[in-house]
Design a protein around this ligand. Structure first.
Ligand code: ARG
Length: 463
C-alpha cells in the first residue's frame, strides 16, 4: 500500500508513491546523514564550477552556494528535519535547498548524478577518517614509547605458545606494538594516496555532454586529480574496502595488546594494574576490578572485521556500474571507523594510566628455565660444542633441575658436572635474566642499549 505521491526528485514517470516496505528498505537517511557536511561541500564546488563554465548563471550559483550554507547550519544546529521519503542525504539537502532558494535549486543537479555525488562524498568522509586515525595512532604510539622508555631495561619473560621462552625487556615488548601501529599508519596513508581521486563529473556512469571542468572540482575538494574512467568512478568501492582492510589489521593489533593486558592484569601474573579509570567493579564480588576497557578493545576487532567481511560480500560479483546494493557500504564503514577510533582512544588511556609492576616482571623473568638458551650458547662459545650437542646437554640439565624442583641457577656446580664435566662458575653469569637480555645486542634484539636506540629513533620519526 502506498500512501504518498511520487518522489519529487524522480517521480515524473511514477503514478504512485512507494509501498511502506519499499520505503523502509530503500531509505538510507538514518545512516548517510553523517555525510551532510561532505555532501554540501561537494555541491558547493559543483555549483561554482557550473557557473565558471557558463553552464548555469552566476546568480543561480551564488544563490545555491549561499542556500547550501544555510542548510548546513540548520543541520549542524539540529534544526533540520530529515525525511525518510526523500531517501538519502543528497535528496534531503537538495529538497531543503529548494524550499530556501526556490527555482535556482533545480539547476544544481546539472551534469551530475547521485552516483558520482555519493562516491565523492564518501571518499571525502573516508579521507577525513584516515587523517584522524593517523593522529590517534600517533598518540597511542607516543604513549607506548613513554612506557617503553621508563622500562627500557626491566626484564620480563618473553613468551612463545604463552610459555616462558627467553627473558626480554619491557621496553622491547612495548616497542613491538609501536612497529605494528607504524605499519598501520603506513597502510592508512597508502590507502589515502590511492583513493584521493575525484569521481565528481562521472555523472550517472558515462560522463556528461556539458562542458564541465573536472580539474576545478577535484582541486576545490582537495583531491589530487579527477578519476580517469567514469564507469570505474561510480562503480568501485575499493577505497572503502581498503580502509576496512587496513582498519581490520589495526584492530587485530589492538586486540593482541588488549589480550596481553587482560592476562597480565590477573592475580596469576600481576605484571600490570589497570587504573580505576579504565576498569569496572563487580556488583557481587567486592574485590573485583575488571579490565573491561581492554576486553572491549579486544571485542571491537571482531566488529571491525565483521564490517569488512560484510562489505566484501556485498561488493562481490556486482556487475558494473552502480547497483543499490552499494548503499549498504556506509553503515559498515561508519561502524568500523567509530569502533576503531574508540578502541584506539581507549587503548591509549589504558596504556598511559596502567601501573607496571617491575618487580613482578623481574621475578617472572627467572621462572620457566628462561635462560636455558643462554646456557646452551655458553657451552657453544666457551666449550666449543656444536649447538645441537649443547642443546642436548642443557636439556638434561633442565630435566635435572626439574627433578629437584629448582631453577637452573639453583643447581650446584657438582650437580651440573654430573651431566657435563667441563662446567665452571662462569656459567652462573649467563643464567641471570639481566645478563641474558644485556647480551642480546644483535640488530633488533632486546638488549636495553638497543631498546634505547630504538626509542630515540621513534621519537624522531613521530616527534
Ligand atoms: N543513497 C544512494 C547510495 O548511497 C545514493 C546513490 C543513489 N543512486 C541511484 N542510482 N539510486 O548509494
Amino acid at each position: 500500500m502506498s500512501n504518498d505521491s511520487p518522489n519529487e526528485m524522480w517521480g515524473g514517470r511514477f503514478a504512485e508513491g512507494p509501498d511502506a516496505v519499499m520505503r523502509a528498505i530503500n531509505t538510507s537517511i538514518g545512516v548517510d546523514r553523517r555525510l551532510a557536511g561532505h555532501d554540501i561541500r561537494g555541491s558547493r564546488a559543483h555549483a561554482a564550477m557550473l557557473a565558471a563554465r557558463g553552464i548555469i548563471p552566476h546568480s543561480d550559483a551564488r544563490a545555491i552556494r549561499e542556500g547550501l550554507l544555510t542548510v548546513l547550519s540548520e543541520i549542524e544546529s539540529g534544526d533540520f528535519t530529515f525525511s525518510e521519503a526523500l531517501e538519502d542525504i543528497h535528496m534531503n539537502v537538495e529538497s531543503r535547498l529548494k524550499e530556501i532558494i526556490g527555482e535556482p535549486a533545480g539547476r544544481l543537479h546539472t551534469a551530475r548524478s547521485r552516483n558520482d555525488q555519493v562516491a565523492t562524498d564518501f571518499r571525502m568522509w573516508v579521507r577525513d577518517q584516515l587523517d584522524a586515525l593517523d593522529g590517534a595512532l600517533k598518540s597511542l604510539s607516543l604513549a607506548l614509547i613513554s612506557r617503553a622508555e621508563a622500562g627500557a631495561d626491566w626484564v620480563m619473560p618473553g613468551f612463545t605458545h604463552l610459555q616462558v621462552a627467553q627473558p626480554v625487556t619491557w621496553g622491547h615488548h612495548m616497542l613491538a606494538y609501536v612497529e605494528m601501529f607504524a605499519r598501520d599508519m603506513g597502510r592508512f596513508s597508502d590507502a589515502r594516496r590511492r583513493m584521493n581521486e575525484c569521481p565528481l563529473g562521472a555523472a550517472a556512469l558515462a560522463g556528461t555532454s556539458f562542458p564541465i571542468d573536472r580539474e576545478m572540482t577535484a582541486r576545490a575538494l582537495g583531491f589530487d586529480r579527477p578519476s580517469a574512467n567514469s564507469i570505474d568512478a561510480v562503480s568501485d568501492r575499493d577505497f572503502a574496502l581498503e580502509f576496512l582492510s587496513a582498519a581490520s589489521i589495526c584492530s587485530v593489533h589492538l586486540s593482541r595488546l588488549a589480550e596481553e593486558l587482560v592476562i597480565w592484569s590477573t592475580a596469576q601474573f600481576r605484571f600490570v594494574e589497570m587504573s580505576d579509570r579504565f576498569s569496572t567493579g563487580s556488583s557481587i564480588m567486592p574485590q573485583k576490578k575488571n579490565p573491561d576497557a581492554a576486553e572491549l578493545v579486544r571485542a571491537k576487532s571482531g566488529r571491525v572485521l565483521g564490517a569488512t567481511v560484510s562489505l566484501f560480500t556485498v561488493m562481490k560479483g556486482l556487475p558494473l556500474t552502480y547497483s543499490k546494493d552499494m548503499q549498504e557500504d556506509k553503515q559498515q564503514v561508519f561502524d568500523a571507523a567509530d569502533s576503531l577510533t574508540l578502541a584506539i582512544a581507549a587503548m591509549e588511556g589504558i596504556v598511559r594510566d596502567m601501573g607496571v609492576n617491575a618487580a613482578e616482571l623481574e621475578a617472572a623473568a627467572a621462572t620457566g628455565y628462561s635462560t636455558a638458551t643462554d646456557l646452551a650458547d655458553w657451552l657453544v662459545r666457551e666449550r666449543g660444542l656444536p649447538f645441537r650437542d649443547a642443546h642436548r646437554v642443557t636439556g638434561a640439565l633442565v630435566a635435572l633441575a626439574e627433578s629437584k624442583r629448582c631453577g637452573l641457577r639453583d643447581l650446584s656446580l657438582g650437580d651440573m658436572a654430573s651431566v657435563y664435566a667441563d662446567i665452571d662458575e662462569g656459567v652462573f653469569d649467563v643464567l641471570e635474566p639481566r645478563m641474558s637480555v644485556a647480551s642480546r645486542t644483535s640488530l633488533g634484539g632486546t638488549a636495553p642499549a638497543r631498546v634505547r636506540e630504538e626509542i630515540m629513533r621513534w621519537k624522531e620519526v613521530l616527534g
